[in-house]
Design a protein around this ligand. Structure first.
Ligand code: GLC
Length: 604
């Protein structure tokens, strides 16, 4: 790759392509934080709170940095690399779950929400991380998993022991089955990871799990569930976290009658599906698949899965109106801690329903996945940007942009892999970082890491087993980060047997290899973040769209920044102005090549 950072519309110069200087040895402490690490409420700007335009960075803890050589990333690994994050120029860290867990879903199956799993360290390690985060002038957001617990949680174990109709069972969603002898699931809901969303227990009842059977859904109508979440929120807020990323924030509430889902991905179609870990459902499915007529009739009557309905039916598993009560409850706790926030994982397509989550007494923010889901095409990306801005503006806010996370194929790979995929991912990063609002990068995105397929026997995502080995799952975007050196695991750990293998191709993409290379993706991101936080041209929240050549777009921020994106193959001339940064070299005529983006500012 070649130089990318230029200061004018003429050909790039080597001197202008310098990476930003290293951070000062003793970073200045955050000004709005008191001695105890609790934000000074007097300094919380109500109009423009810190989270509204923060640059966040998602640390997938298992894969970020391993400090103790067990092959799994941990809290101390994060603490040891805070200097890197500061150098990168991010402002807020979001850490994925580090709570005690059997790890059926990589930590999103929490058995004790107010402690640290020994894989990741101790509470003392967490406290040290908090104080070091402060010292580096950063913010800390942690994951909260209110939709479900682990099946190893004492509550669930108690529910199994206590039996039908007990208070202990009421904390979860236990129901009687349907069909002869209740041996069919209570409704046709599919688990997100494949197969039915119900598992039968020894006494014949079934429990709901929208995800893995090891993640039973909690009953949000039960007061214990609420009280326990309050205790969890207070526990971490008192320890000094700045906020929570709320997992499955559109889940939690379920319609009281748990109606069948319309045919489609929300519905489990038992025909043709055999699930070893759910014997009863597997047997029913096998019987139906084998043509057991009586069963099939029952299913046709009882399960929407086999009765196609018109498109557009709502998925009853998510976005139930009752979820807003849960958010109001969470907000009532957060409001006692000014300066702290929540950012929800809200997978709700309808812009109006999405905006409901951002009403003043609900979530502070919600991730917007529109640009993540759009292909690398100027019109699709422009539509995604406009709809995101409109829906956030309808509740007086700004979007939280994101293009990658631990559940999605990395953007380099989504956009075509190889050089083309990387060029597009770099361009999309400049597009994203030019937008008003906040942005969350996913660890490794700043290195241009691709998703890499790994051998079958290394796969850990429950999706692999739950789908009967038809869906490989999300491991390929969760591989450990390459830090330095020439041999796997490239400084991630001192052991070569890391929880997921580190692919050989990551060797060329280590932090060490990219840090001093002005043309690297890491240098591009550092420079972009530095400009974003220091230049006045990034001010203002409105976007003005320019006319642009086919397969391109250009928008302007009120402060004067112009961002041009070329999703085509041919070079295009740039509008007047000085080029602040570009994701690829301009050609000899100063044109922007295909699959590239540039930032311009008004000529002096
Ligand atoms: C969220 C997480 C995902 C997890 C799921 C269940 O979607 O991002 O990783 O598997 O919730 O907790």
């Amino acid at each position: 790759m070649t130089n990318t950072s230029v200061t004018n519309t003429s050909a790039p110069t080597a001197s202008a392509a310098q990476a930003p200087p290293p951070p000062s040895p003793s970073p200045s402490p955050r000004e709005d934080v008191g001695a105890a690490g609790i934000p000074d409420t007097a300094q919380v700007d109500q109009q423009r709170p810190w989270w509204s335009d923060t640059v966040g960075y998602q640390v997938y803890i298992r894969s970020f940095a391993d400090s103790d050589g067990d092959g799994i990333g941990d809290l101390n690994g994060i603490t040891e690399h805070l200097g890197y994050l500061e150098l990168l120029g991010i402002q807020t860290i979001w850490i994925t779950p580090f709570y005690p867990s059997p790890m059926a879903d990589a930590g999103y199956d929490v058995s004790d929400p107010r402690n640290v799993d020994p894989n990741f360290g101790t509470l003392e390690d967490f406290d040290r991380l908090v104080s070091e985060v402060r010292r580096h002038g950063l913010r800390l957001v942690i994951d909260l998993v209110p939709n479900h617990s682990s099946s190893a949680h004492p509550w669930f174990q108690e529910a199994l022991r206590a039996g039908t109709g007990t208070d202990a069972r009421d904390r979860y969603l236990f129901r009687e089955g349907r069909g002869p002898e209740g041996n069919l699931p209570p409704n046709n809901w599919a688990s997100i990871f494949g197969g039915p969303a119900w598992t039968r227990v020894a006494d014949g009842q079934w429990y709901l799990h929208l995800f893995d059977p090891a993640q039973p859904d909690l009953n949000w109508r039960n007061a214990d569930v609420r009280d326990d979440l309050r205790a969890t929120l207070e526990f971490w807020l008192e320890r000094g976290v700045d906020g929570f990323r709320i997992d499955v924030a559109h889940g939690m509430a379920k319609p009281a009658d748990l109606p069948d889902a319309p045919a489609g991905p929300a519905a489990f179609d038992p025909a043709g599906f055999v699930l070893a870990s759910n014997q009863a459902a597997a047997e029913a499915a096998a019987e139906v698949a084998a043509g057991g007529e009586g069963q099939l009739e029952d299913l046709a009557g009882q399960q929407g899965a086999v009765v196609p309905i018109a498109q557009g039916g709502r998925d009853p598993r998510f976005d139930d109106d009752g979820v807003h009560d849960v958010h109001r409850f969470i907000r009532s706790v957060l409001d006692r801690y000014p300066g702290r926030m929540t950012v929800g994982e809200v997978w709700v397509g309808d812009p109006q329903r999405y905006a409901h989550y951002l009403r003043p007494d609900e979530l502070f923010q919600a991730f917007n996945f529109a640009i993540l889901e759009a292909p690398f095409e100027s019109q699709a990306l422009r539509d995604a940007i406009e709809s995101s801005l409109t829906s956030a503006a309808s509740v007086g806010g700004l979007p939280v942009w994101t293009m990658s996370n631990h559940d999605k194929i990395r953007s380099v790979t989504r956009y075509g892999d190889g050089e083309l995929g990387l060029a597009r991912a770099r361009a999309a990063l400049l597009m994203e970082l030019a937008l008003p609002g906040s942005v969350y990068l996913y660890n490794g995105e700043e290195l241009g890491l691709p998703s890499v397929d790994i051998p079958d026997d290394a796969l850990r995502d429950p999706t692999w087993n739950r789908s009967g080995h038809t869906e490989r799952g999300r491991d390929n975007c969760r591989l450990p980060l390459p830090w330095e050196g020439h041999e796997a695991p490239f400084g991630f750990s001192t052991t070569a047997s890391t929880w997921l293998p580190v692919p050989a191709e990551y060797g060329a993409l280590t932090v060490e290899a990219q840090l001093e290379d002005p043309s690297s993706t890491l240098s591009l991101v550092r420079r972009a973040l530095e400009l974003r936080s220091t230049r006045a041209e990034f001010r203002g929240d409105d976007l003005e769209w320019y006319g642009a050549p086919d397969r391109c777009f250009a928008f302007r921020r009120p402060g004067g920044l112009v961002c041009v994106l070329n999703t085509g193959d041919e070079p295009v001339p740039l509008p007047p102005g000085g080029v602040l940064l570009a994701s690829a070299d301009l050609d000899a005529q100063g044109r922007l090549p295909g699959s590239a983006a540039a930032w311009l500012v008004p000529a002096p």
